[in-house]
Design a protein around this ligand. Structure first.
Ligand SMILES: *[C@@H]1O[C@H](CO)[C@@H](O)[C@H](O)[C@H]1NC(C)=O
Ligand SMILES: *[C@@H]1O[C@H](CO)[C@@H](O)[C@H](O)[C@H]1NC(C)=O
Ligand SMILES: *[C@@H]1O[C@H](CO)[C@@H](O)[C@H](O)[C@H]1NC(C)=O
Ligand SMILES: *[C@@H]1O[C@H](CO)[C@@H](O)[C@H](O)[C@H]1NC(C)=O
Ligand SMILES: [Zn+2]
Length: 360
């Protein structure tokens, strides 16, 4: 097991919203994916998609749109503190991009008050391929940026790149996702508003959008429709390491590991693990280890508390630029960004195809 470096951890403990015990343990890799049940959702539905065939895998791995990825990042990478003009522009960009691709997009708008700035109007963006679907795989990010006094904080990894990755997924897989406008297991993209604290991270000053939406959907009985919530955060810097945080989604983490391995064996990842600066297993992103006692506060928490299965794609340790003015375009490693985007696209297709096979 590798303990994550202590100096960095103590930094988290003091400055952040992170409480962490460093115990990690090796995941026991299942002999075969098909021998274990992947339970999803609050109804504990079993959903066990088979791996993509070689032909599908090669076809889908070939898809990308690097120019669009850069364009999406450029459009989101402006200071976008809730309540500002640029925040509205970014929201409109996300909404319009998805509507142009034929997605059903709704805003979940509400008022809340925050320290320093006072009353605010927040808007979560909810995009679905099939709003009538019974169940959803949900991919999520937050589109607001952190307020910092006298600093034009850009939040490249936090979370312009994760949000751009979701828009890029919709663009690159436009044709492949078309059938899922009519299926009962479908895809939702969720862009949370107000993730960042304005003054000091705490239960009433942080994750404004996620807190509101989790409660609303619970009241409306809609949480059951979330099979799995995959939250992307702090992505874009080189050499990230991801761990399995939750026992009930460990098998899904292992799917991501398997896809990464399959891509790397075929040489389909770019400039893979080239920097050599990482502390963890430098040969891969998705680590074959679990850390069950890590407690990172993020948009998934109100859903986790309501028993929604969570995959948290956040690197441990966090990028060194986290919550500093240096979290700007210069930290983005486009090769890593494309590699992660590819893994998430393949995961999504594998998941959705499994849903169709199952309901037939
Ligand atoms: C992948 O794309 C390349 C270049 O566009 C093409 O030559 C190749 O046939 C494609 N492979 C697959 C499996 O689609
Ligand atoms: C809004 O975004 C533009 C770039 O699109 C930038 O030039 C401008 O400084 C931003 N405004 C604020 C108040 O951050
Ligand atoms: C979706 O589920 C509903 C209710 O179970 C069913 O009536 C309908 O035929 C299903 N649609 C598809 C496309 O499978
Ligand atoms: C981004 O951050 C780097 C590192 O701190 C800095 O050198 C650079 O000037 C910044 N770039 C912009 C556009 O702010
Ligand atoms: Zn942040």
């Amino acid at each position: 097991m590798f303990p994550i470096q202590l100096p960095r951890l103590s930094q988290y403990l003091w400055t952040l919203c992170v409480h962490l015990v460093i115990a990690t343990f090796l995941l026991t890799v299942a002999d075969s994916f098909n021998e274990q049940d992947y339970l999803v959702g609050r109804k504990q539905v079993t959903h066990n998609p088979s791996e993509l065939s070689d032909a599908q895998f090669l076809e889908y791995s070939n898809l990308s749109d690097k120019q669009h990825m850069r364009e999406a990042i450029r459009n989101i990478l402006v200071p976008r503190v809730v309540g500002t003009g640029n925040h509205t522009i970014v929201r409109q960009y996300i909404v319009q991009s998805l509507r142009d691709l034929g997605w059903h997009v709704e805003l979940n708008s509400f008022h809340d008050t925050a320290p320093i700035v006072g009353a605010l109007h927040f808007h979560n963006i909810i995009a679905t391929l099939n709003p009538q679907a019974e169940r959803f795989l949900v991919l999520a990010c937050h589109y607001d940026s952190k307020y910092m006094e006298n600093v034009a904080f850009l939040g490249a990894t936090d979370s312009a790149v994760p949000c751009a990755m979701l828009l890029n997924l919709a663009k690159v897989l436009q044709e492949q996702l078309e059938p899922f406008k009519n299926t009962n297991v479908s895809l939702m993209l969720l862009f949370f508003d107000g993730e960042e604290a304005f003054e000091q991270w705490g239960p009433k000053d942080s994750i404004y959008g996620a807190r509101h939406l989790a409660k609303l959907w619970q009241d409306q009985g809609k949480l059951d429709r979330i099979d799995l919530l995959v939250l992307l955060d702090l992505l874009g810097a080189p050499d990230p390491a991801f761990y399995s945080f939750f026992a009930n989604t460990e098998l899904w983490h292992m799917r991501l590991m398997a896809l990464e391995t399959r891509l790397s064996q075929r040489g389909l990842l770019q400039r893979y693990m080239s920097s050599g600066v990482s502390q963890h297993d430098p040969t891969r992103y998705f680590q074959p280890q679990a850390t069950r006692s890590a407690y990172i506060e993020d948009d998934h928490i109100p859903f986790l508390q309501r028993n929604v299965p969570i995959l948290h794609l956040i690197p441990m340790p966090f990028p060194s630029v986290w919550h500093t003015p240096d979290d700007n375009e210069s930290v983005i490693d486009y090769a890593t960004t494309e590699n992660l985007a590819l893994i998430v696209r393949l995961f999504t297709l594998e998941y959705l195809h499994g849903g169709v096979a199952q309901t037939k």
